[in-house]
Ligand binder design. Sequence first.
Ligand code: UD1
Length: 416
Amino acid sequence: MKKLVIKGGNKLNGQVNIAGAKNAILPIMVASILTEEGLSLSNISHVKDISTMMNLLASLGIEIKFDGFDEDEGFEGRKIELVAKDISNSVADYDLVSKMRASILIMGPLLARFGSAKISLPGGCAIGTRPIDLHLMAMEKLGAKIHLKAGYIEAVVDGGLKGAVIDFEKVSVGATQNIMMAACLASGETVINNAAKEPEIVDLAKCLNLMGAKVSGAGTNQVKIIGVKKLHKASHKIIADRIEAGTYAVAAGITGGCIKINGVDLALFDGFADVLRDSGVELTQISENIVEAKRTANEIKSVSFSTQPHPGFPTDMQAQLMALMTVATGESIVEENIFEKLKSNPIYVAEMNGQNVFDFKKEEPELTLVMGSESHGPSEFWKKNARAITIPKKGKSEIESLNVAQACAILLSRLG
Ligand code: UD1
C-alpha cells in the first residue's frame, strides 16, 4: 500500500470481524517445517507479512495452498495448507529475510528437522536494531554450531539437537518461539526460563501439541518441552488478533462511536484494557465472542502508560493509544520500553498537535508528553515540515511515504 486516502469527521459504528493474529500465524506457518505430513491453518488474515512468509517457505520447497476467502465463514474460511515433505533448499536469502524479521524463525525448525540452516542476517527492519543474539545463544545451547559469514548466519548440528536449560536474560517473543519449535524434535527435555508469555506463544504451543509435541507451561515464564522423534499432521484455527481488536476499540474511542468486535473475548484485551477504560472507552462482553467498545463520556481522559512484555501494555498498541491521547483532555506520559526506534513514533502524532502545547522531552527520550485537544488542526510546524501530507480537520487526508503504523495512528487521530 503506497497511499491511504481517508475522509474524516464521522463516528465509527458497526460490527467488525477480527482475523487471526498475524503474530501467531507467522511462527505457526514456520512450524510446518517440523513435519512431513502437512499443517492446515484457518482464520488467516490477508496481510503482506503472510504473503512474504509464504514466499519464504515456498523458496525452501514447501508446498503451499492458500484457499482464499469464503464469505459465509469470514476469516475462518481463509485457509493455508503447508506440506514440508522435504526441502529443496535451506538457504534464506537477504531479499526475503530483509522484508520480515520473523524470517529468523525458520532457523530452529530447519536445524531440528534437517540439521542445517543458512539465513541472511535480518535487515531493513522498521522498528530499530532488533538484534538476534538471544536466538543464536539458545540454538548453541541446543548443540548448534553457528558462524556468521558474508552476511549470513550458518547453523549446523551433528547428530541432532539436544535438550538444554535456556535462561533468557531478556524476554523475547521470537527467541522463545524459535527455541520452542527447535526443542520439539530435540532429544530430551528443554526448559526455557524467562520465556515470553504472549497469547501468540500459547497459540503456538497449542498447535505444536496438536502436531504431537510435548510443550507445557506456555503463557508462564517457564516453558518445558520434551522432545519427540516426529511430529504429525494437524489442523489449527489461529487465535484472534488482539492488536487489531484493540485498534478498533481505540477507533470507537477517538470518534465517539460504538463498535461490536466479533470473534474475541475480553481476556484478549489484557494488558491494555485498563488504559482504554481509564481513558473513557468501555469494553463489554455482550455475548460469547463479541466485545462492544464505546466511548462513555464526552471527553477522553488522558492516561499515562508504559510498554512492557506481556501481560504489560503491548508495544504494538502504543501508536494507537498515543493517537487516542491526542484527543484527550490533559497530558499523558508514554514510555516505550521494548523498541528503541518506536520512541520516535509519538513525535509524528504529537507534532500534529503543534498549535497546542507539544513537548518531546529530549533529555529523557523514553518519555513523550502528549497534550490533548479536540480541536487540533495542522500546526505551523507541520505545514512547514510536511513533505507528503495534508491534514484537514475534516474532509480528505492523504498520507504518503510513511510506514503504515504511523499513518494509521495519524489518521485515527483525524477521524474525530
Ligand atoms: C514480536 C512481534 C512484534 C512485537 C514484539 C514485542 C511477531 C512476528 N512480532 O517481535 O509485533 O512488537 O514481539 O512484543 O510476533 N531482542 C534482543 N535479542 C534478540 C531478540 C530480541 O535483544 O535476540 C530484543 C529486541 O531488540 C527488542 C526486545 O528484545 O528490544 C523484544 O523483541 P522480541 O520480543 O524478540 O520481538 P519480536 O519477536 O521480533
